[in-house]
Design a protein around this ligand. Structure first.
Ligand code: P70
Length: 463
């Protein structure tokens, strides 16, 4: 059955109360938080769409798996179950658990990166870019050019720009590029999927230039769902089959379990390359812990194994992608220009366009996120200039192509009525747009500045 025509394939067994606040209180809370939604207390937030990372609800199957956690330091049977699950679903031979996605990135880049090397990626997300820069490397984003036409629907806007990738590979001196990365789905450009054809062609280029291709697999199952529903030849394939083919093009993957492993914490690095695994294992011991626990409890590994089994179920993915599509409908009705088509985990508002009176260095996406909080207690995140950071050499803002505001939907957490409340808030903010002031930094940390920065509005806040 097509998504959107059917109700959820689960029901709710446990609830968490939400506190309501007044507009006046929220104006006070956000001012105290330095106008940074990351610095709010979650009890002061009504609908929290800051991130889909680690914010999902686990199933009864996962909660019961937790009780079976084997907490042995070494050789835990929970690790064995987790390892077998990753082997079965993704097809990699070797699996190293890590505390979350960035733990796997740290190991990967410690092995591959040195000062002055370049990493091409369909688009780096924040932590991946920060790790590349931390090692003195250059994070080169090669998105599909059609991402700039935010209002146009196209099925695989997450794709790598293969023409530019070939050009970069041909022009780079030998050794300048240690690996190619592909982020599934492409978070920074709207949670857009990558097609199987693009993944296959990227692998062919990687082979031609003798380079490894590493997949950032955070949202691999959502990507597989889009391939099944949008790419010719895959409509009758199972999600599991599609995932195995996707992963067959990668030499390795880094994974944040907080997304498509349906857990609140966890991640892993996986590969079928024995020598890469051996190097990774050494660093894993130093950064994360013994290779059979990797910074996690045995029970976390159980929950992640069970989550991976659940995430590749077609009914789960229909609910998931269908709910995000529903939020997109609500936002369109509220008059917001959203990135079309909506992504797998989030809907993105084109804030640069909607707040056309603000320049990119006045942070239109940031201003919009403050407005949504003040108006309706809705927390979202800017994916624009603030998140992109500064250029390592010029120190100027590294302005991305788009100034976006992301509304990320936690997995299995909110109902359609919560999303309708978000729609009302967006519609109300839509009436004040011209009066929304830009923002300036009052404190700017040197890396991953969005998490802890503080701001002041450039004018009085409306209302
Ligand atoms: C998100 C979070 C994490 C992430 C990712 C991709 C494609 C690696 C990681 C790191 C980060 C975030 C952003 C804004 C607000 C809150 C959180 N993405 N690759 O929401 O994984 O967090 O486990 O280290 O998207 O998109 P990890």
């Amino acid at each position: 059955m097509e998504h959107g025509t059917k109700a959820e394939s689960y029901r709710i067994k446990m609830v968490e109360p939400l506190r309501s606040t007044t507009r006046k209180e929220r104006s006070q809370y956000i001012e105290t938080a330095g106008y940074n939604p990351f610095l709010l207390s979650s009890q002061d937030v009504y609908v929290d769409l800051l991130t889909d990372s680690g914010t999902g609800a686990m199933s009864d199957g996962q909660w019961s798996a937790l009780m079976q956690g084997d907490e042995a330091y070494a050789g835990s049977r929970s690790f064995a179950r987790f390892e077998q699950t990753v082997q079965e679903i993704m097809g990699f031979d070797y699996v190293l658990p890590t505390h979350q996605g960035r733990g796997a990135e740290n190991i990967l880049f410690t092995i591959y990166l040195e000062q002055g090397k370049t990493v091409p990626n369909n688009t780096h997300f924040d932590t991946t870019k920060a790790h590349v820069l931390h090692k003195g490397g250059r994070a080169l984003d090669l998105p599909n050019p059609d991402v700039l036409r935010t209002q146009e629907v196209s099925p695989f806007k997450g794709n790598m720009d293969l023409t530019r990738l070939r050009q970069v590979l041909e022009e780079s001196p030998p050794g300048a590029i240690p690996l190619i990365m592909m982020t599934l789905t492409n978070n920074s450009v709207g949670g857009q999927p990558v097609s199987m054809a693009n993944l296959r062609a990227t692998r062919q280029l990687a082979d031609e230039f003798g380079l490894p291709l590493v997949i950032d697999a955070c949202r691999f199952a959502e990507n597989a769902y889009f391939i099944k529903h949008r790419e010719a030849g895959y409509e009758d394939r199972s999600i599991r089959h599609i995932v195995r083919e996707m992963m067959s093009y990668a030499h390795a993957c880094t994974m944040s379990g907080k997304k498509d492993a349906l857990v609140n914490i966890g991640g892993f690095l996986a590969t079928s390359d024995r020598s890469l695994y051996e190097k990774a294992q050494t660093w894993a011991v130093l950064f994360e812990g013994f290779p059979t626990y990797g910074g996690l409890a045995g029970r976390d590994l159980e929950a992640m194994a069970q989550g991976l089994q659940e995430v590749v179920k077609e009914e789960y993915l229909a609910d998931r992608v269908g709910q995000v599509a529903y939020l997109a409908r609500v936002l369109r009705q509220a008059g917001a220009p959203i990135v079309e088509p909506p992504g797998g985990h989030a809907v993105y508002i084109d804030a640069g366009r909607w707040l056309g009176h603000l320049r990119p260095d006045e942070f239109p996406g940031w201003s919009l996120s403050v407005a949504l909080y003040v108006e309706g207690g809705v927390r979202s995140v800017e994916i624009g200039t603030v998140l992109a950071g500064r250029h390592p050499h010029t120190q100027h803002h590294d302005h991305p192509a788009l100034e976006l505001l992301r509304l990320a939907v936690p997995r299995r957490v909110y109902t359609h009525r919560h999303l309708e409340a978000v729609g009302h808030t967006v519609a109300k903010v839509g009436e004040q747009l011209a009066h929304l002031p830009g923002m300036r930094f009052t404190y700017e940390p040197p890396v991953l500045r969005h998490f802890t920065a503080r701001f002041a509005p450039l004018g009085p806040w409306p209302g």
